[in-house]
Design a protein around this ligand. Structure first.
Ligand code: ASP
Length: 430
């Protein structure tokens, strides 16, 4: 059997939901649908999940969430009517949700209701059974999936029916509603695939697969036909946003292939993700801005055992969790996401590090981007060509990290150069 996950744009209105039905009807192996909350219908439109977060914010300030909630209710009632369902049956659920938000049931409860309502409507439209993830998916306090989830969900799916499972949420071991991080319905789809021992996990979205470069930057970017689990993780880590990077974990152990497909172009083959790929060489280039670089210099630094560890301990105290690093004989550079620390937190942290470790120098550079050149990196010289292309385009390279991963070369550039650097590298190498 095949698990199909439909993202926000695939369930944004009644005409999209009709496409979902046509896709499910086209293959009898498609028996489990995992659905997101309605996304944007146009660039000016709202995502239901954003509106729900807004309702919760208003409720927390003791303000009425009614005007925002009306928009949400209208959207769902409109979809139900257009699908010729009995929209009145949604009213009690909508009232209960608004009261729950007003009563302070919290952020995760509010956010999860988008998928919940989406699931109710789509299950009714398809005539499939609604499975509430709150009763099956157990999310630990650190965000990991509790193994009991698979036992419970497998048992539920073993009856061999047709099921609609809302994405994005489950509950804590204590039974309180909890969501994954944004875009987390991909994770729910992966969990359902593993629990159902699916032969394939189809992830239906609004693009025809994962592109070798962001098509908003590179107009003629190609769709990657095949890539490995590791490659997709590394691409998403540096900004490719088609598939949630945490959604690989549940399927990788069960070796379930993932097929990224386009709801608006169901005949396109999309991108296949699995353990092995016949695609050798370069796969894609992606870039992500919003990083800062902290550079620490101290003569004979590496003669002091444990110093790196001690430095990182202080970073953690200030909420800074570096993502990439480079080591020199007397210096270290760490990249971290700028949102982790304000200027004042950073200057306090730097002052403390400088004093505690008698550093020769410590400096922070903001507005840095990291590009990931992903493919089979073993013995590849593509990074040399990429650096040469950037030099020819007059884009300064701040760092080059080759060899740490056999899948990715990381290249540091200024934020302002990130988009152009992706374009330059794509045009030179792909
Ligand atoms: N609706 C949630 C979000 O907007 C989860 C998802 O769509 O995957 O982040």
């Amino acid at each position: 059997m095949i698990v199909c996950k439909f993202g926000g744009s695939s369930v944004a209105d009644d005409s999209q939901i009709r496409k979902v039905k046509a896709i499910l009807d086209a293959d009898s192996r498609r028996t489990i649908a995992v659905v997101s909350a309605p996304g944007r219908r146009s660039s000016e439109d709202d995502k239901i999940t954003d509106l729900l977060y807004e309702c919760n914010r208003l409720a927390q300030q003791n303000r009425s969430c009614r005007p925002v909630f009306e928009k949400i209710a209208d959207r769902y009632l409109g979809i139900a009517k257009a699908l010729k369902l009995d929209a009145g049956r949604l009213v009690p659920a909508l009232d209960e949700i608004r009261q729950g938000i007003d009563a302070g049931r919290g952020t995760d409860y509010a956010a999860s209701r988008g998928e919940y309502l989406s699931g109710l409507i789509i299950a009714a439209y398809l005539g499939w059974e609604f499975v509430d993830p709150a009763d099956y998916i157990v999310i630990n306090s650190d965000g990991t999936v509790n193994p009991i989830t698979y036992e419970r969900l497998s048992a539920r799916f073993s009856e061999g029916g047709h099921y609609v499972l809302p994405g994005f949420y489950g509950s804590t071991p204590e039974g309180v509603i909890k969501t994954f991080s944004r875009g987390g319905s991909d994770i729910s789809g992966a969990i359902a695939s593993r629990a159902a021992k699916a032969e394939l996990y189809e992830n239906w979205t609004d693009v025809s697969g994962i592109y070798a470069a962001d098509p908003r930057i590179v107009k003629n970017a190609k769709v990657i036909s095949e890539l490995t689990y590791r490659q997709v993780r590394e691409l998403s880590d540096v900004g490719a946003s088609v598939f949630h990077e945490e959604a690989i974990a549940p399927v990788i152990e069960a070796m379930i292939p993932i097929n990224i497909r386009n709801t608006n172009d169901p005949d396109a083959p999309g991108t296949m993700i699995s353990a092995e790929s016949s695609n050798h060489g370069l796969i894609g280039i992606s870039g992500k801005g919003g990083f800062s670089r902290i550079k620490i210099r101290k003569l004979m630094m590496f003669k002091r055992p444990g110093m790196r560890h001690a430095l990182l301990t202080i970073f953690h105290l200030y909420g800074v969790r570096p993502s990439f690093s480079l080591f020199g004989i007397d210096s270290i550079v760490w990249y971290f996401e700028s949102s982790q620390a304000s200027d004042s937190v950073l200057s306090a942290m730097c002052a403390r590090l400088k004093k505690d470790f008698s550093l020769d120098d410590i400096s922070v550079e903001r507005d840095v981007a990291v590009l990931g050149l992903v493919g089979t990196m073993d013995e590849s010289t593509a990074f040399i060509d990429a650096a040469a292309a950037l030099r020819d385009a007059g884009i300064p390279v701040k760092s080059l990290n080759y060899g740490a991963s056999d899948v990715t070369t990381l290249i540091g550039v200024d934020d302002k150069d990130c988009r152009r650097a992706v374009e330059v590298i794509y045009n030179a190498l792909f």
